[in-house]
Design a protein around this ligand. Structure first.
Ligand code: S3P
Length: 435
């Protein structure tokens, strides 16, 4: 079980770019495979989650050619979604996005397939996609009432178009339904309580698939084939968030991140950090399938804030590192409406609260969030990631501000979303160290 030692650093100045966006990389592979010809993907995230999607598509006969040594440029030969029966279970590893989006595609395939996951994914609810996909005519069998993996999907070639009022603001649920809707007769639509990330809608539009967005409802018409086009994946703002918090919490630090995704449904972390006192400038340089550009952060000391409501889906994956920012800020920060954190790669409310307490912070846990008392000096501690990549990275950042040494246990999971993170943090520490 790999571990990482982190020690305190002084203020720093850095310019960097982060690996490709995880959500967009999954979609680029899947949508390219559904398209009618070759698509070149650049900026692909060659992390474990997206590699699980790649292996799944390969197992179903999709030809994917690497175009460079580090796996960030690929050519996917779109086959109009005419996949072959993989003849064995598909392993989605740790990746909820692989399992849920693939389920939407497989709902209309003329074969039966089982999707399995690792220990963490095997605890996550799949009933949230099983319910709408069954309304459309597929069969989705899982374990128990929450239909946890393994799940067996029996597809039906001609699905029924439905309208689905999703009880959760989840881009994975919305995307599974829209992907199934591509193979349904007529108009399929999904509404959600708050807007979730819209990468699926943007990519469908970019690949010339007709969709309509009206308020919080997205609709798609069945029977369309995405047009093959090249796709550029921007850097992942969820990965950038670790360095943004590190710079923002350290008075006088300056950070520039280039070529990062600036999709408005993903930039909640920037809004919160600005509210907490960081000086942040966003600049959109390019807008293809997705807006991308640079972020400049100047640290100026942080103060507490409240996070909740419609803001939650725009920063759901950043809450562990935002909780670290809260512990470093003056005052009490309250996070509410984030029940979804209970069903991520770990129960992130419990893991964050436990890890912050280990470092000396006072935290009160709620069913849907937590209150963090900021301003106490953090002390180095032993932190258990529980195999959750965002926990491992968030507490590596906390370690940069703690007295003494922090040891993060089980950091292999970082490969899920951020290959190169350990190298970056080690570099930062050799560049600047001290109190
Ligand atoms: C994702 C959506 C989010 C996010 C996950 C990736 C996606 O999950 O937490 O890391 O790519 O659609 P939910 O949609 O379930 O909230």
């Amino acid at each position: 079980m790999a571990y990482l030692h982190v020690k305190k650093v002084k203020k720093f100045s850095a310019e960097l770019s982060v690996p490709g966006d995880k959500s967009i990389s999954h979609r680029a592979l899947m949508f390219a495979a559904l398209s009618n010809g070759p698509c070149e993907i650049t900026g692909f995230l060659a992390g474990e989650d997206c590699l699980a999607t790649m292996r799944a598509l390969t197992a179903m006969g999709v030809e994917i050619e690497p175009l460079d040594a580090d796996g960030t440029r690929l050519r996917v030969h779109g086959c109009r979604g005419e996949f072959k029966d993989p003849g064995q279970p598909i392993d989605c590893g740790n990746s909820g996005t692989t399992m849920r989006l693939l389920a939407g595609i497989l709902a209309s395939k003329p074969f039966e397939v089982t999707l399995v996951g690792d220990e963490s994914l095997s605890k996550r609810p799949m009933n949230r996609i099983a319910i709408p996909l069954e309304q459309m005519g597929a069969k989705v069998e899982g374990q128990g009432e929450r239909r946890t993996p393994p799940i067996k999907i029996t597809g039906r070639e001609r699905l029924e178009a439905i309208h689905y009022d999703s009880p959760v603001a989840s881009a994975q649920v919305k995307s599974a339904i829209l992907l199934a809707g591509l193979a349904a007769g007529g108009r399929t639509s999904v509404s959600e309580p708050h807007p979730s990330r819209d990468h699926t809608e943007r990519m469908l539009e970019y690949l010339l698939v007709k969709t309509v967005r009206e308020g919080d409802t997205v609709s798609i018409w069945g029977g369309q084939t995405p047009e093959s086009r090249d796709i550029e994946v921007p850097g992942d703002i969820s990965s950038a968030a670790f360095w943004i918090v590190a710079a923002a919490a350290s008075k006088g630090s300056r950070l520039v991140i280039r070529n990062v995704g600036l999709n408005p449904t993903r930039v909640g972390v920037l809004k919160v950090m600005a509210r907490m006192g960081a000086r942040i400038v966003e600049r959109v340089d390019e807008s293809g399938c997705e807006p991308m550009g640079s972020i400049e952060v100047v640290g100026d000391g942080l103060s507490a804030t409240e996070i909740g409501g419609a803001e939650i889906p725009t920063l759901i994956d950043e809450i562990p590192v935002l909780a670290v920012a809260a512990a470093l800020a003056e005052g009490r920060t309250v996070i509410r409406d984030a029940h979804e954190l209970r069903v991520k790669e770990s129960d992130r409310i419990a893991t964050v609260a436990e890890s912050l307490r280990r470092m000396g912070a006072t935290v009160e846990e709620f069913a849907d969030g937590m209150e963090i008392v900021g301003g106490a000096r953090l002390k180095g501690a032993e932190i258990y990631s529980l195999g959750d990549h965002r926990i491992a990275m968030a507490f590596a950042i906390a370690g940069l501000f703690a007295e003494g040494e922090t040891v993060i246990r089980d950091v292999g999971c970082i490969e899920t979303s951020y290959p190169g993170f350990i190298r970056e943090i080690e570099q930062l520490q050799t560049m600047v160290s001290g109190s």
